[in-house]
Design a protein. Structure first.
Lengths: 198, 198
């Protein structure tokens, strides 16, 4: 297959990400969010919020990571952060998905994009740590905008939100978590009285 | 308002782009595409296809332009390329939308993003010319993947496709248009016999 045909095959396959649904709802509560529009939204978050990264980041690399980071969900589906999942099993499925989907590209782009995705998954580099923070914070904001969103459905406690989300957001973008903390505590105080430690 | 609150207000407002529907359908024909997921898809197109730009481009700037380019549709709506529209009136509405939406940001980011959007709209710089090509080519591919997609609905002729779309794609990314031309001609030959000039 020639180079452009391989690139087009990848881009046409990517269209399917628009049909992968996430737990999170749109801010107007009209429907659940899909992973393609989520990917756009967090790339925009990164562009706007890069100045709040714990350590200086290359925002262009962060944006590329975020555009690519969820393509594996075309095969592997979305795994809600507050749901129960076998992490090793899910990781194996996602590796296989990455083989297939990035494998549609010409070899040099397959290698380049795969490396960016692996870097994101490893969450060790400054760019990846910030990208992961941004990926975690957008659903929190959607939940705050939709009366708690998925939190009641998954019986999320403040401790759980701190452990599964807060720690990761703080790692890459502490100022954003600080800015949201008052609203988060207020929601839990009003909706799950007694769950917020004084 | 403090800086993070202004940034969050902009990002929450941006969520509404997920509810702006375009004429184009998803490749599986299940529903019409929204502008947020379209914006993600063309940013990915730019990342994959930058090597085919007529003149060398800064792909990072192109991606930023494409992430931002349709935010005005939150107020102004989408204008199908093959529909009838008063261009001056639409431009005035979009300017007003840009004032309001980018105006939610801190002043420095408002100025930076507005300048990128104006550059895209002007379609003069190498980056903007390529960005416009990519924005035009993705719906053509969706239409080819969905048995002509919106072409029958808007009674599109090969001449019209060439004038409204082909010229613009060729300007920024001629190799991509060349790669699609055979499929396009075949569709019109099979579905609108006599409309393709020999």
């Amino acid at each position: 297959m020639d180079r452009i045909s391989a690139q087009l095959a990848f881009l046409i396959e990517a269209d399917r990400l628009k049909s992968v649904l996430r737990a999170t709802k749109l801010c107007d509560k009209s429907r659940r969010e899909n992973t393609a529009e989520h990917s756009w939204h967090i790339a925009l978050y990164a562009l706007v919020m890069a100045e709040h990264a714990t350590r200086p980041v290359n925002v262009d690399r962060v944006i590329k990571m975020l555009l690519l980071h969820d393509l594996v969900e075309i095969d592997a589906g979305d795994t809600p952060i507050h749901g129960a999942v076998d992490a090793d099993h899910q990781a194996a499925i996602e590796q296989k998905a990455a083989d297939r989907i990035f494998g549609l590209l010409p070899a040099d782009q397959n290698a380049e994009f795969r490396a960016l995705w692996e870097e994101f998954e490893a969450a060790q580099s400054d760019d990846a740590v910030f990208a992961k923070s941004i990926d975690r914070v957008q659903p929190v904001i959607s939940n705050l905008e939709t009366d708690g969103g998925t939190w009641p459905e998954y019986n999320v406690t403040p401790d759980q939100l701190e452990t599964r989300v807060g720690v990761k957001v703080r790692r890459g973008a502490p100022a954003i978590w600080d800015a949201l903390k008052t609203r988060i505590d207020l929601w839990f105080t009003q909706n799950r009285p007694g769950s917020v430690k004084k």
